[in-house]
Design a protein around this ligand. Structure first.
Ligand code: UDX
Ligand code: ADP
Length: 469
């Protein structure tokens, strides 16, 4: 089967970059990305490539090459479904905020809506690919919706989880460690669909890196990969608090254990905590599945990874309050960074917002600078926390208590303390003497990412704190 027309439903952080890279590598395949969000599609079509809705290093170059040639962004979902041979589902699957499984299970309403839309519109056979991270056995739910349309159209359902990390998405997609395709490999049509998708990736990914499995293994592998990665971060963060009490240095411990081939050096950077749309959501999802299957010990084991992460964020905030003489009331705290990691404008589950909430509860005033995150998004994040009762301030007070600055020096001027929440490279090159001169004394700096040269800062006169030192 030769595929020459692909549609992706969902133009977000996964759908946009993934389709851009497929389009670049397969100029003969028409790739259409659709979304219900008209503004998002308009932004993807913006002639100024700096206005793309997703910031990723290298992405605008890929979009510039393929857009209008074989890559299209549209809101006409029906037309895009009709003409595609292969449809990727790449919509959001947040944690449920209501009803059964609230706070734990994945909310599949967007996936279900898309499946129903495909069932309603499709008039020819389609391969439907789950790209969004989904709980194990979601493919079964999609199948049951698609197989009951009565239209005679045949669907093959594949799972093809995305392993890209934000900030390195284009590189991760172009040079993937592996591509996982789960499908019904015991039937001829199932095998044919898997081969068709493998052939697309095979244009640029070495064949031995394309792994074919059954659907359930593929779905569970994605959750497991994220759980293992998050567990490494929580493990080193747990050790960081021990380091602070014992005089050990967490970066030295990480380097020492990471030199062991069996452990490896990556994902051992102690931090203020992990964020992002995937880690917490996927682990809670795993925990929920385990509980539903009466695997309580397994559920508790994984739940601890999230608890440790919450502890790390709270510990960082408490530490700021206690070092500032047990209160931050009326004090100005400058935040450097709001994104959940560097090189992205994504703020979902960013540790910065939880640290901000703890400080705002203690009546601090926060001035934020992030090179890529807009004021609108920062206020949106904090309003969400208020709506979820995780922050108890009057939304009308937000503009007074939280200011978003266009320049880092403005954020830090007249501050009592600076907190580094994201590891943006540019923070390392600032004129720290200048920043110190403009702050209240004693001037505190809390490096939640261990990126600054702390000896230089100490020599200038800063009171410093690093994670795990
Ligand atoms: C993750 C997975 O890496 C990716 O494969 C999956 O497809 C989606 O989820 P992402 O969340 O985009 O990707 O970024 P990642 O690099 O994994 O970082 C997640 C969080 O962990 C960030 O907040 C990051 O700052 C933090 N982190 C990561 C650490 O604190 N220390 C580390 O050593 C690594
Ligand atoms: P991810 O990180 O998984 O890509 P995002 O939230 O960035 O998540 O993107 C998901 C996109 O899916 C959003 O732009 C959203 O508007 C879109 N979406 C959600 N439901 C539908 C739907 N029923 N039809 C089309 N697009 C949808």
């Amino acid at each position: 089967m030769i595929i020459n027309s692909i549609t992706c439903i969902g133009a977000g952080y996964v759908g946009g970059p993934t389709m851009a890279v497929i389009a670049r590598n397969c100029p003969d395949i028409k790739v259409t990305v659709v979304d219900v969000n008209e503004q998002r599609i308009a932004d993807w079509n913006d002639s100024n490539l700096d206005n793309l809705p997703v910031y990723e290093p290298g992405l605008k170059e890929v979009v510039a090459e393929a857009r209008g040639r074989n890559l299209f962004f549209s809101t006409d979902i029906d037309a895009a479904i009709s003409e595609a041979q292969m449809i990727f589902i790449s919509v959001n699957t947040p944690t449920k905020t209501y009803g059964t499984g609230k706070g734990m299970a994945a909310d599949l309403k967007f996936v279900e809506l898309v499946a129903r839309k495909i069932a309603e519109v499709a008039a020819s056979d389609k391969i439907v690919v789950e790209k969004s991270t989904l709980p194990v056995r979601t493919a079964q739910a999609i199948r049951s919706i698609l197989d009951n349309t009565g239209s005679g159209v045949k669907f093959q359902i594949l799972s093809n989880p995305e392993f890209l990390a934000e900030g390195t998405a284009v590189n991760d997609l172009q040079h993937a460690d592996r591509v996982l395709i789960g499908g019904d490999h015991h039937t001829a049509p199932g095998k044919e669909a898997m081969d068709a998708l493998a052939a697309i990736y095979g244009r640029w990914i070495p064949r031995e890196r394309i792994l074919l499995t059954n659907v359930w293994s593929s779905e569970l592998s994605k959750l497991t990969a994220n759980a293992f990665l998050a567990q490494r971060v929580s493990s080193i963060n747990a050790i960081s608090s021990l380091c602070e009490q014992t005089g050990a240095d967490v970066d030295e411990v990480a380097a020492a254990i990471g030199a062991d081939n069996r452990i490896g050096p990556r994902f051992l950077k102690a931090s203020v905590g992990f964020g992002g749309s995937c880690f917490q959501k996927d682990i809670l999802n795993l925990v929920y599945i385990c509980r539903s299957l009466n695997l309580h010990e397994v559920a508790e084991y994984w739940e601890q990874v999230v608890k440790m992460n919450d502890y790390q964020k709270q510990r960082f905030a408490r530490n700021i309050i206690s070092r500032l003489y047990n209160t931050v009331s009326g004090k100005k705290i400058a935040f450097l960074g709001w994104a959940f990691k560097k090189d992205t404008n994504d703020t979902r589950e960013t540790p910065a917002m939880y640290v901000a909430a703890a400080l705002l509860d203690d009546r601090a005033e926060i001035h934020i600078y992030d090179p890529k995150v807009s004021q609108e998004r920062i206020y949106g994040d904090l309003r969400n926390l208020i709506a979820q009762n995780q922050l108890t301030i009057d939304p009308a007070q937000l503009p007074d208590l939280v200011k978003v600055c266009k320049k880092p020096y403005d954020a830090c001027r007249n501050a009592h303390a600076i907190a580094v929440l994201t590891e943006w490279d540019e923070f390392k090159g600032y004129d720290w003497q200048q920043i110190y001169n403009d702050m209240f004394k004693p001037a505190f700096i809390f490096d939640g990412r261990n990126i600054l040269d702390i000896e230089v800062l100490k020599d200038i006169g800063f009171q410093t704190y690093q994670i795990g030192k």
